[in-house]
Design a protein around this ligand. Structure first.
Ligand SMILES: [Zn+2]
Ligand SMILES: [Zn+2]
Length: 223
């Protein structure tokens, strides 16, 4: 019984979540990638990875690629689900702005008991996505029908569905998107793409907004 409540430390949970998300996106997961994503030093990452390997959360292959074990995968899914449900709670109950949800949820997610997680899941009506449009574990396929905004042709009218996890912790980007009305569900029209400048101009709510093409790769839309 107690075993179900035994969780790794918040640090390990964070690593598990990041590894799961990188694997989901088909990226090669190596220590250097985690140094970048978690913004910690290489020696710290290596020491943590050793502990995670010892405790059976991850495996390292001969190319030093990191993979989650079954236990690691289950725990990663749990922490991501707790994170996303907390984002919904902060959004719906406390009405926090989109730009603050991720950071605040990040502090709370590790402390939710399985009972509260269950309760939140039903209170929030079994969401498939977080408030930013990222999939809860198990609903990844639901996002495959969406395209990066960078792949849309000028003149097309689309709906914003998802702001990728990579942008969630970037307060500046999210407040910019929020201020311009570029939130989940908004309709936008692609006006022009300036390839030489790597920018694109979109119209949202009757106003024009200029976005970098690289930035637009992290916004997903439906036609
Ligand atoms: Zn988040
Ligand atoms: Zn989110």
């Amino acid at each position: 019984m107690m075993a179900e409540f035994e969780r790794p430390s918040p640090t390990i949970e964070d690593y598990l979540g990041v590894i799961y998300t990188l694997e989901r996106d088909g990226e090669r997961v190596i220590a250097a990638r985690l140094v970048e994503s978690l913004d910690v030093s290489a020696p710290t990452v290596n020491a943590t990875l050793k502990r995670m390997q010892r405790d059976g959360w991850i495996m390292l292959n001969e190319n030093k690629e990191i993979h989650l074990t079954q236990a690691g995968c289950i725990m990663a899914m749990s922490v991501i689900r707790r994170h996303m449900l907390t984002e919904w709670m902060l959004s719906r109950v406390l009405k926090l702005p989109l730009s603050e949800l991720h950071r605040e949820a990040h502090q709370i997610e590790h402390t939710l008991s399985p009972d509260v997680e269950e309760r939140l899941l039903s209170e929030m009506q079994d969401p498939k996505f977080c408030p930013h449009g990222n999939p809860l574990p198990g609903f990844e396929n639901e996002t495959l029908k969406w395209l990066p905004l960078s792949m849309i042709k000028p003149g097309e009218k689309v709906q914003l569905q998802r702001i990728h996890e990579n942008l969630e912790s970037d307060y500046e980007s999210l407040s910019f998107l929020e201020e311009k009305g570029l939130v989940r569900g908004c309709t936008l029209i692609l006006k022009e793409v300036l390839n030489f400048n790597e920018t694109m101009k979109v119209e949202v709510g009757g106003k024009e907004v200029v976005l970098g093409v690289r930035f637009a790769e992290k916004l997903f839309v439906s036609r």
